[in-house]
Design a protein around this ligand. Structure first.
Ligand code: ATP
Ligand code: MG
Length: 421
């Protein structure tokens, strides 16, 4: 027997019962982006592997073990994008978008990481991201945080999301801190798990991000980066906190928040929820002033964030949403009525562009057509039979209320539907 065809593990179909929530989120995001003057950018799903190694960092989880990398037929190493920032910066450099100008950009689309699939963690997942270029002040950091907060409010999620912020300081400050941190962990080598022992040599800051419960006491007593920061970095972080307080946003300073990607500096932040288990981070971002320079461009300040769409949809699923159903379903008997029905449907779609008008397709008794009308949730069945065609009328059956069937002249149906929708 041939093997049953199935989607790849960790890569999911988004079925019609779920797409309304996706659309709700996407629409809310595009509205917010328009409000703040952000333009959409669309990048390819595949890039040269080198781009991600040079941006995300060779010794990050993503590049070390999560990328879908393959050789193109001509031998070039390509990777499915694991995130959007690297591609966005590549696109900006390639098209001169950073040259003497600021940019406020957003994007959305699938990302790919070979992780262990579980609730809220998939191999193809979707992100909506924001990237801003050319602005070095804390106000742009506050702006992207305020944008995300506005999105949560518009989706009714604000009360269940918590904002955590931290600062990573400059590269120099972080390098100095790494030495202090490594010295600390070396005194407690026997308490480090395997991952952390490896990271001690490659990426010691990431040890702070360990989710291993056995490591938490050690991590909590570790020296903090904030104590290694200079005046300017401290001031920048305080300014941001001031802006957030002025805006009435509640946040927590989490000195152990480091993020998994190498390119961040100064501010980092995460929005988290407690209702999705271990996959609680729904949005994460920060400042990455070093990345453009690192990829061959002129030093350019940059701030961005990325939201996990699946995780946000899981939160939206926990609430009740009114279903979007068509207003009318057109049923008919006989060929002349079918012709008339096609025209009626088009006319109503012109006259009531916001409403759903579904045309029955195929044959079937009136009774079976009414059943279909009911199944799609239509409010009215519009009936075209021989008698209706002759009299130039349409019969209207109320599918949701106990009301007598009515007849309305053909040219008054739109008015009737408007008054009754
Ligand atoms: P996590 O700590 O959950 O692995 P991350 O630090 O790897 O997240 P980022 O690279 O910052 O995440 O991506 C931003 C957001 O994208 C995350 O906060 C999360 O909401 C979402 N995300 C990341 N990886 C996945 C995945 N494999 N499946 C679903 N969503 C994901
Ligand atoms: Mg991850």
């Amino acid at each position: 027997m041939s093997k049953k065809l199935q989607a790849i593990r960790g890569m999911h179909d988004i079925l019609p019962d779920k797409t309304p929530l996706w659309q709700r989120l996407e629409k809310a995001m595009s509205t917010v982006c328009q409000q703040y003057g952000y333009s959409e950018i669309r990048m390819p799903l595949v890039e040269s592997t080198d781009l991600f190694c040079r941006s995300i960092g060779e010794v990050t989880d993503i590049v070390e073990k999560e990328m879908y990398t393959f050789d193109d037929r001509n031998g070039d190493s390509l990777s499915l994008r694991p995130e959007g920032t690297a591609s966005c910066v590549r696109a900006g450099l390639e098209h001169g978008l950073f040259y003497n100008q600021v940019q406020r950009l957003w994007y959305q689309g699938p990302m790919f990481r070979h992780e262990r699939p579980q609730k809220g963690r998939y191999r193809q997942f979707h992100q909506i991201g924001i990237e801003c270029f050319g602005m070095s002040g804390a106000e742009i950091e506050a702006e992207v945080i305020l944008m995300s907060y506005r999105l949560w409010k518009n989706l009714g999620l604000a009360s269940e999301l918590i904002l955590e912020i931290n600062t990573l300081g400059t590269l120099e400050e972080r390098t100095a801190y790494k030495d202090i941190l490594v010295a600390y962990f070396k005194q407690h080598l026997e308490q480090l798990d395997e991952d952390s022992t490896r990271r001690l040599a490659t990426n010691p800051l990431r040890i702070l991000d360990s989710k291993n419960p056995a490591m938490q006491t050690l991590i909590e007593s570790a020296p903090q980066l904030i104590d290694s920061l200079g005046e300017q970095s401290t001031q920048h972080f305080e300014t941001l906190q001031g802006y957030l307080m002025d805006a009435g946003i509640r946040f927590k300073h989490n000195p152990r928040l480091v993020r998994g990607l190498d390119y961040y500096s100064h501010t980092v932040f995460e929005w988290t929820t407690t209702s999705l288990g271990a996959q609680g981070t729904v949005c994460a971002g920060g400042r990455y002033d070093g990345l453009i320079d690192q990829l061959g461009g002129k030093q350019t300040p940059a701030v961005g964030l990325a939201m996990g769409v699946e995780r946000l949809v899981l939160l939206l699923e926990q609430r009740e949403w009114p279903e979007a159903t068509p207003l009318a379903y057109i049923v008919y008997q006989g060929e002349p009525a079918r012709k008339e029905a096609i025209q009626l449907a088009e006319r109503l779609r012109d006259q009531l562009p916001e409403e759903g008008i579904v045309l029955h397709c195929g044959s079937g008794s009136l009774k079976s057509q009414f059943k279909k009308a009911d199944k799609v949730g239509a409010k009215f069945a519009l009936i075209l039979g021989e008698a209706e065609i002759e009299e130039n009328k349409v019969s209207i059956k109320f599918l949701r209320d106990r009301q007598e069937q009515q007849q309305v002249p053909n040219n008054q149906i739109d008015a009737f539907l408007k008054n009754n929708s």
